[in-house]
Every structure is written in structure tokens, then in C-alpha cells.
Design a protein around this ligand. Structure first.
Ligand code: UDP
Length: 240
């Protein structure tokens, strides 16, 4: 049973459980995908039924933002822990480096995925990166073909939300991979182009504040956060 937060269902799992499920899915028949929504994406899903269907259609939905954790608690259905997508991705790569599963990096500006691949191979000795592709393409066909041809087991899909969730839902099977993970701006971080917030910000759940300070043009998107809190408040009123 998923925990419903304003129409998006979250799996109530710990990081260990999520990683175990990810490993199971990457070895299972067929294509599966993981979504990592934050409050901003929950708000997008309220307005966009296709985005909502894509997020809820994921095999695993984990709570990326601290706002989701607060929202869940406030609604009386607390989630076990916050699971930043980037931490989930790192744990998966550490396991993949041990078991020889192949990873494909899709997304970000040209050159970023290649640089991320170079750095990740050093950080995770033994990690097989089957291929890379930037996220600014017009047609899906050549991209899914390239992924299929690479023999990748897992694809990190970093096209931003909700584009990446819609893409995974539509194209997952065609890639031939068993697990696709929507990871937003992670390739920018893995490539070194963008720095993650200092650890104290991460611990306090203030990573969003650091991102805003570094990139003030995010303010429009971030205004969705107070909206999320207002909607959670209204929902609590309804549930009482
Ligand atoms: N991006 C992409 N193709 C697009 C639009 C965006 O590859 O058509 C990439 C963009 O370059 C960036 C990532 O998607 O690397 C989105 O990053 P952002 O920080 O906005 O995502 P979030 O983690 O907030 O969802």
C-alpha cells in the first residue's frame, strides 16, 4: 500500500529496502522504473494528469524532498525516511560495480554525461558504463535503439521532471533495460559541473535553499513549495 500525498503514491521504504528492490527489479523480466518526486513534482502532478499517471505508474516511488516527509507526517501517514534520488543512485552504482550490471547515462547538456561517466568509473571501480547520450534530442527512436544496442541493464534518465517520468513510461520497454531511474539534475552533479550543497544543508533538509542561492532563477519553480504546504493543510482538513 502506498502513502497518498495529494494524489501521488509514495512507497514507505527505507533506503536499504529501496536499494534491495532496485536490485531485484534490475534482474527481473521486463522494464521497470523508479520515480523520485519532491513537493514541486507533486504540485506538477496535481495539474498534469499525464505526469501523475507517469509518476504513479512507477514500480518504485521514493520521497526525494524533505517537504514530502513533512507533508506525510502532517497528514498522519508518516514515511520512514527521506530518500534523496542521488543517494539512491550512488548505492545502486556501488552494487552494480560488484555484480557487473551495465549502466547507461541519459540526459543533461552535450558532454556532461560523458564527463560523469569518466568520473563515475574512477569513483566506482568495476562499474560498467555501457553508453551515454545527452538529453536534448528530438526523436526517441534513435535513443532507445542506442540504449538497446549497448546492452544496458539500468538507465539513469536525467531529463528533469516530469519529462523523464513520461519518457520512462513511454520508452522503458523499447530500451531493453530492466530498470530506469529518473534522477533530474544528477548528471550535472556527477560530472562536477554543479556542486551539491554542503553536508550541513543536506542534513538539515535545506538542500533546496542552497540550490536556490546558487541559481536564483529557480525561484519560480520553488514557489510551488508554499503551494504544496497550503494544499497539504487543506487535505488534512478534509481527512479529519
Ligand atoms: N534536461 C535534459 N533535457 C531537457 C531538459 C532538461 O537533459 O530537455 C536536463 C538538464 O540539462 C538538467 C536536468 O535535465 O541536467 C534537470 O535538472 P534540474 O536540476 O532542473 O532537475 P531536478 O533535479 O530539479 O528535477
Amino acid at each position: 500500500m502506498r502513502v497518498d500525498i495529494l494524489g501521488v503514491g509514495f512507497d514507505n521504504v527505507t533506503m536499504d529496502q529501496a536499494v534491495a528492490e532496485g536490485l531485484r527489479l534490475m534482474s527481473a523480466e521486463g522494464a521497470h522504473y523508479v520515480a523520485t518526486p519532491n513537493p514541486e513534482i507533486v504540485e506538477v502532478c496535481r495539474e498534469d494528469p499525464e505526469a501523475r499517471a507517469a509518476v504513479n505508474g512507477a514500480d518504485l516511488v521514493i520521497a526525494d524532498g524533505v517537504g514530502v516527509i513533512y507533508g506525510a507526517k502532517f497528514l498522519g501517514t508518516p514515511l520512514k525516511e527521506r530518500l534523496p534520488g542521488i543517494e539512491f543512485a550512488k548505492r545502486l552504482m556501488a552494487e552494480m560495480a560488484k555484480n557487473g550490471k551495465k549502466l547507461y547515462l541519459l540526459g543533461a547538456k552535450p558532454g556532461v554525461a560523458e564527463e560523469a561517466a569518466r568520473r563515475l568509473r574512477t569513483q566506482y571501480p568495476g562499474l560498467v558504463i555501457a553508453g551515454t547520450h545527452d538529453g536534448y534530442f528530438q526523436e526517441d527512436g534513435p535513443v532507445t535503439e542506442a540504449i538497446r544496442g549497448s546492452g544496458a541493464d539500468v538507465v539513469f534518465v536525467c531529463l528533469g521532471a516530469p519529462k523523464q517520468e513520461k519518457w520512462m513510461r513511454k520508452n522503458g520497454e523499447a530500451t531493453g533495460a530492466h530498470l530506469l531511474v529518473g534522477l533530474g539534475g544528477c548528471l550535472d552533479v556527477f560530472s562536477g559541473a554543479v556542486q551539491r550543497a554542503p553536508e550541513v544543508f543536506q542534513r538539515l533538509g535545506l538542500e533546496w535553499l542552497h540550490r536556490l542561492a546558487k541559481n536564483p532563477s529557480r525561484i519560480g519553480r520553488m514557489m510551488k513549495l508554499p503551494l504544496f504546504l497550503v494544499h497539504v493543510g487543506a487535505e488534512r482538513g478534509k481527512r479529519k
